[in-house]
Design a protein around this ligand. Sequence first.
Ligand code: HEC
Length: 140
Amino acid sequence: MRRLVIATAFAALAVTGALAQGDPVDQREALFKEWGRATRPVGDMLKGDAAFDLAKVQAALDLYVKNAKVLPGLFPPGATGNAQPAVWSRNDEFKALFAKFEQDATAARAAITDEASFKANFPGVVRTCGTCHETFRVKK
Ligand code: HEC
């Protein structure tokens, strides 16, 4: 009986903790949306639809690094959202893609100093967005 009471108390605590932290699906979608918002203007620069703006490029790369550290922890088992089952069945591969993305963004942040280095270094970084979505995100 005592054990049950303790278990119940812990379960209640766990639920409170989850509420305090929010839903991991909502949290990760908010972080992915930040990536989307930061990437769009940079994509326009790549296409030549907007003038090159080093500060915006750097801000996007900083955000890639920042969120890539947090996102892998927001896929607890069962929090399906728009994630494919592969997120959990091929979890090492999934996490490795976040790590690669973070490394590529860090390297590009150092390498990009002007428009030419931007055009040479940025596309390879954001290619991983599509690579990951291809396997790990539900297609719409
Ligand atoms: C390592 C894997 C991975 C990488 C890298 C990645 N994504 Fe995603 N992305 C996902 C998954 C999985 C989802 C689905 C999350 C969910 O809704 O449950 C997603 C969802 C999204 C969404 C939709 C969010 C919503 O509100 O439903 C956007 C926008 C997005 N990603 C943009 C990007 C951009 C831009 C990049 C690159 C700068 C990127 N992602 C890189 C895995 C990745």
